[in-house]
Design a binder for this molecule. Structure first.
Ligand SMILES: N[C@@H](CCC(=O)N[C@@H](CS)C(=O)NCC(=O)O)C(=O)O
Length: 205
């Protein structure tokens, strides 16, 4: 049985949802920041990050790789796309979110942690916040007329859902992003999403 190591609400939530969508037999192991840095865990996962997926002797990190692996292991669920162009679209949006949006959120959250002690931190948040808002506008435009980011449900969707939740927790203005907020509402009603959220945060909505 696969094991997913996660931090509640972190990027690992995307893999958690993908496991639910795949109806895969799996075990979700909730971690803490300290537990990730324990010597036993560092021996498995020297980067001390989630998601970490364990499949027998195979240990895999990096959200995009973990999501891709899950889509490949459960091809009947069709979470990657059928034809090369659909699969490329899935990777296009995953790459955009992982390298641009996720990275920008990381700086916002790091600056917010400094905000109380460092007067410059607050000033440095605004440009990154504007950049994130621009990325979200791009995602919103892509979702116009589509229920899912690429047009069909894929592993890009749970990643987008995590990015949406981070936007809410980072107080990014979401006004006017009606396609994105409608997408998030649909995701909150999805049984797989609800199961993963319930396991991670005890949220039933
Ligand atoms: N490039 C990695 C980044 C993973 C990452 O930064 N994960 C964060 C949570 S979203 C983490 O594990 N942080 C460790 C910690 O906060 O202690 C990926 O895309 O999976």
């Amino acid at each position: 049985m696969m094991q997913l190591y996660y931090l509640p609400g972190a990027c690992s939530l995307a893999a958690h949802i993908a496991l639910e969508w795949a109806a895969a037999p799996y075990e979700a192991l909730g971690m803490t920041h300290n537990a990730l840095r324990s010597p036993e865990h560092l021996a498995l996962n020297p980067g001390a990050t989630v998601p970490l997926l364990r499949d027998g002797g195979f240990l895999l990190t990096e959200s995009v790789a973990v999501l891709f692996y899950l889509a490949e292991c459960f091809p009947e669920v069709g979470l990657m796309g059928e034809i090369p162009r659909d699969r490329a679209e899935t990777l296009r949006w995953l790459a955009f979110m992982n390298s641009d949006l996720h990275a920008a959120f990381k700086s916002i959250f790091a600056l917010k942690r400094l905000e109380d002690d460092d007067p410059h931190a607050a000033q440095r948040i605004s440009p990154t916040t504007r950049r994130v808002r621009g990325y979200l506008e791009r995602l919103d435009r892509q979702l116009a007329g589509r229920d899912w980011l690429t047009g069909v449900r894929s592993i890009a969707d749970p990643y987008l859902f995590v990015m949406f939740r981070w936007a809410v927790s980072a107080d990014i203005a979401l006004d006017g992003l009606r396609h994105l907020t409608a997408f998030a509402r649909r995701m909150y009603l999805d049984p797989g999403v609800r199961a993963a959220l319930f396991a991670e945060e005890g949220l039933s909505l």
